[in-house]
Design a protein around this ligand. Structure first.
Ligand code: GLY
Length: 365
């Protein structure tokens, strides 16, 4: 089993997304990109991934590259900052990395985002490869070239659009992914169906049992379909001038809750809560029918995702949406659903409408 997708940038083929079941093909793929024994490579990873897979990947890379170094940082969103990037720069300088050398982002979204940002800025840009190890990073953050780190109160405040040379997934790693991390990825996957394809959303519902039982054939098809949707959006709007913002469905309220939980709640879980709120707002603004709204919420629950939050007030969630970087320029571009499979940008929501949507996802004290 293996699948491949080519992502184009400015109309030209730019990089491949490979869905594989092991690391057997990685060395060959790196050779095809022209990397050989004259290059140095730095594997960037966090303590969780390092514990499980670092040795295997280092050995594999040792056969292809002159020098293989590893930079490991403590796992967690709070590490996605300029201090970690600075330590990585220092590691690269200490190991004499130059423009011909390569970084490998080996891990989830935090690893991919900060490695990509370091690659974009070290010596004004060196190559990097994405090896996403979580479901969330496989279907979302490893594709489309968004890189960056958090700054002060703001998530992804500093960054660059910078494309990887290759996205290589070893889907067998999903077997060791904690269940909550898997469900977090499901939040983004369901979002793909909701914003762009009612057929895909229906397919996900039909295959819920196989998905939750980790059926490898169904998982591969699901990841493939989600990557196709993500590709189609980022190819049409690489720098988020318009359509790419649709990928932020559920994220305005979701990010606020994620931040208020000090990142104890998983990203995809917060997005699911945000999508539930956005569906209720879509219903109130006369777009989504009440039936469709309840059907989406039931589906999120069926996939083990939360659709409400406790211990927070509507006012504090609302205030936290204001510190989202997307709000900085003034009014938020809220994403709503017109129907299942069709999202739209809604620039004119009133504060009262947003507050009502937030109130709908609060659990009674
Ligand atoms: N994760 C949203 C985007 O890539 O635009």
């Amino acid at each position: 089993m293996s699948k491949s997708i080519t992502v184009s940038c400015e109309g030209k083929p730019c990089y491949q997304i490979l869905l594989m079941q092991d690391f057997e093909g990685l060395a060959e793929e790196l050779k095809k990109l022209g990397y050989g024994a004259d290059r140095k490579i730095c594997i960037v990873t966090d303590t969780n991934v390092s514990r499980l897979y670092q040795n295997a990947l280092e050995q594999l890379m040792g056969a292809c590259f002159a020098v293989v170094t590893a930079f490991t940082f403590p796992a967690g969103e709070e590490q996605k900052n300029l201090d970690t990037v600075q330590r990585l720069y220092e590691h690269l300088i200490a190991n004499h990395f130059d423009r011909h050398d390569v970084l490998i982002a080996f891990g989830g979204g935090v690893t991919g985002d900060l490695t990509g940002f370091t690659a974009a800025t070290y010596l004004r840009g060196i190559d990097f490869i994405q090896i996403p190890t979580t479901l969330l990073s496989q279907v979302d953050s490893s594709i489309g070239g968004k890189t960056g780190v958090d700054l002060a109160r703001y998530k992804n405040m500093v960054g660059a659009f910078y494309q990887p040379r290759l996205v290589y997934m070893n889907l067998s790693l999903l077997k060791t992914l904690p269940k909550e991390q898997f469900l977090s990825g499901m939040g983004e996957i369901l979002k793909h169906g909701l914003i762009q394809s009612k057929e895909y959303f229906a397919w996900l519902k039909e295959h819920d049992r196989e998905i939750m039982a980790f059926n490898p054939v169904v998982l591969e098809e699901m990841i493939y379909q989600s990557c196709l949707i993500k590709r189609s959006v980022v190819e049409r709007d690489p720098k988020e001038k318009g359509e790419r913002a649709l990928l932020n469905f559920g994220h305005t309220i979701g990010h606020a809750i994620e931040k208020l939980s000090d990142f104890r709640l998983f990203h995809g879980h917060c997005v699911a809560i945000g999508m539930a709120a956005a569906c209720r707002i879509s219903c109130e603004t006369g777009q989504l029918t009440a039936e469709e709204c309840e059907s989406v919420i039931r589906t999120l629950v069926r996939f083990g995702l939360p659709v409400s939050v406790s211990g927070l007030s509507a006012e504090e969630i609302f205030a936290a949406t204001k510190s989202d970087k997307k709000m900085l320029a003034g009014r938020v571009k809220f994403i709503l659903l017109q129907s299942i499979g069709h999202a739209c940008i809604y620039p004119d929501l009133s504060d009262a409408q947003i507050l009502d949507g937030i109130s709908s996802i609060l659990e009674e004290a």
